[in-house]
Write a protein that binds this ligand. Structure first.
Ligand SMILES: [Zn+2]
Length: 144
C-alpha cells in the first residue's frame, strides 16, 4: 500500500469516539489522510498536515467534518476552562480550547482558512459537512 491517499482525499474531523472516519465516508485504509482534533478545527497543526498531504502525498480534495452533539459546540470556552480548573486545580490561562457557539459560522471560517492558505493550491477542493452522530447522515454545509 502506498503512502499517498488512493482517493486523493484528506479528512479533518473531531476526536469524538462515535466517529469512525473511514466508515462515515465509505472509505477503507489507504483511501484518505485522516487528521483529527477536538472540534475538527483548522489549527496551525491541522494546516501543517494538510500542506504536507496536498503537496507531497497526493491529496487534491479536503473535507472538514464537524458533528452534532460536539462538546466543543455544546460547551462554552468558559465552561471548559471551569471544568478543567475544577478537576485539576490548574490555571488554564494561555490555553485556547477553540469552543464555539456557532458551528456553521466556525465551519465556514475554517474552510476559508484552508482556501486562503498560501501553501495550498487555489484549485484545491474544500468541502464542509456536519455528521449526525445519531442518524449517520453527513450533511454538506451549504445545505445547512
Ligand atoms: Zn466533537
Amino acid at each position: 500500500m502506498a503512502g499517498t491517499a488512493a482517493r486523493a482525499l484528506a479528512v479533518l474531523t473531531c476526536i469524538d469516539s462515535r466517529i469512525d472516519p473511514l466508515a462515515m465516508l465509505g472509505l477503507r485504509a489507504g483511501d484518505a489522510k485522516i487528521i483529527r482534533n477536538a472540534g475538527a478545527r483548522v489549527t496551525d497543526d491541522a494546516l501543517r498536515s494538510l500542506i504536507l498531504a496536498v503537496n507531497l502525498l497526493g491529496v487534491s480534495r479536503v473535507c472538514v467534518v464537524q458533528h452534532t452533539n460536539c462538546a466543543m459546540v455544546d460547551c462554552t470556552e468558559e465552561e471548559i476552562r471551569a471544568r478543567i480548573e475544577a478537576q485539576r486545580g490548574v490555571d488554564t490561562a494561555g490555553w485556547d480550547f477553540l469552543a464555539t457557539t456557532d458551528q456553521l459560522a466556525t465551519l465556514r471560517h475554517d474552510m476559508a482558512l484552508i482556501e486562503q492558505c498560501p501553501l495550498l493550491p487555489s484549485d484545491l477542493q474544500v468541502a464542509g459537512f456536519v455528521f449526525d452522530v445519531h442518524s449517520g447522515a453527513l450533511v454538506p454545509v451549504d445545505r445547512l
